[in-house]
Design a protein around this ligand. Structure first.
Ligand code: HEM
Length: 205
């Protein structure tokens, strides 16, 4: 990408407050919920809503993972949005989980059954559990308290959380589902790029 163009885009991005991502996320989640309430999500609105929230969650996860390779390979700097993208991803996973627990399964005992007996729910839950400490520590206070090195170490949990989310989607698909496969390929490619970038940095030291 032409350097001048990248500089101009980065300059423009610096004017955009990261809070825009939170506002868009809440608006989008609310709008989908409203569509479900008003019969605009088809004959199975609960399943459609569950899938819609899951779909957005995995796309936000990919966007969060893409920030570093994107800057490395194109110069486009979205670093100041990474925290908001990560927290928006977590927000949609929470909404996804809430639809599953409160509207889909509804019975507490059956929730545990689902987690234990349905492998795709088991790996979805594992992915969620790995995201919890990341969401809880996505603030300046935690970075200061933990120190940058330990904070960065903890946030490497993003990698297994992303792989489990991709596996969750592939498992739901049962068979050839181009969307689930594409999400998985992109996640693996982004992780490979990041790991390669890190190895390069280590070798350069
Ligand atoms: C917290 C634990 C989780 C549970 C209980 C859960 C449960 C579910 C369920 C029941 C479905 C629909 C399956 C169907 O229609 O047959 C689903 C779909 C999906 N979930 Fe999850 N999930 C969890 C975590 C996650 C996480 C962490 C992500 C990604 C970040 C995710 C992404 C998806 C995606 C992409 C779909 C498929 C959407 C589609 O078909 O378009 N889920 N999940």
């Amino acid at each position: 990408m032409a350097h001048a163009m990248v500089v101009r885009i980065n300059g423009g991005l610096r004017q955009v407050p990261p809070g825009v991502i939170y506002a868009l996320g809440v608006g989008w989640a609310g709008w989908l919920f409203w569509r479900g309430l008003t019969g605009d999500l088809g004959v199975e609105p609960i399943n459609a809503l569950e899938r819609a929230y899951g779909d957005i969650a995995i796309k936000l996860m990919i966007a969060t993972l893409a920030v570093t390779p994107l800057r490395h390979w194109t110069g486009l700097n979205l670093l100041r949005f990474r925290r908001a993208l990560g927290l928006a991803c977590f927000g949609f996973v929470l909404a996804h989980l809430a639809v599953w627990a409160l509207l889909d399964v509804q019975v507490v005992s059956a929730l545990w059954d689902d987690v234990v007996k349905r492998p795709y729910v088991t790996v979805g839950m594992l992915s969620f559990l790995l995201l919890v400490p990341l969401a809880v520590t996505s603030n300046d206070l935690s970075v200061r308290r933990m120190g940058a090195a330990s904070w960065r170490g903890l946030h490497r949990l993003t990698y297994p959380a992303a792989v489990l989310a991709a596996l969750h989607y592939l498992w739901i698909a049962k068979g050839f589902d181009i969307s689930a496969i594409l999400h998985a390929v992109v996640i693996v490619a982004l992780l490979a790029l990041r790991l390669r970038g890190r190895t390069r940095v280590q070798m350069a030291r």
